[in-house]
Write a new protein. Structure first.
Length: 168
């Protein structure tokens, strides 16, 4: 004769164990929670902390980074000493693929590579040739963004270290 109570308990134990193993297996293969992108937000150029070689430095620059379904959209507004201003934007993923830049006369494509939560590298190209590279670092306290830019502009080597403060 069967002990139905014992059979029911055993069946429940096996089902519970199977469910636990299944959930653990699924969680091992499921995507992790998306890491917070520290660059998102509005950043203003801090001229006192920045160096533009050979120069001249812009009067101001505001960078806005926002998350979109197609990647990170960067919008850059720059004002120069002679009064003219520029506006450029690009939307790109951190996948090492080139994406178009709009409004930048010196580069028409951008490629992003994420190093870690605080750092990313960028290469810029124009008409198929790489013209510059940059390294972007968000500080540990997430209040400062530093971009080190190396390239050639109008035939001259450029090495800029631009420091930005997060807008509150």
């Amino acid at each position: 004769m069967y002990n139905f109570r014992r059979l029911a308990t055993l069946t429940f134990s096996v089902l519970f164990l199977s469910l636990t193993i299944s959930l653990n297996t699924l969680s091992a293969f499921s995507p992790q929670v998306a890491e917070k992108n520290l660059v998102l937000g509005v950043w203003n150029l801090n001229l006192a902390k920045s160096k533009f070689l050979p120069g001249p430095a812009p009067v101001s620059q505001k960078r806005t980074y926002e998350a979109l379904p197609g990647g990170i959209k960067a919008t850059i507004r720059t004002v120069f000493a002679d009064g003219h201003s520029t506006y450029s934007e690009a939307t790109a993923e951190y996948d090492g693929v080139e994406y178009p830049i709009v409004g930048n006369p010196d580069a028409d494509r951008i490629k992003l590579t994420k190093i870690d939560a605080h750092k990313a590298e960028t290469s810029f190209s124009h008409a198929g040739a790489i013209v510059a590279s940059a390294r972007r670092v968000v500080s540990e306290d997430e209040k400062t963004l530093t971009i080190t830019y190396t390239g050639v502009l109008n035939g001259e080597p450029v090495k800029n270290v631009a420091v930005y403060d997060r807008e509150k």
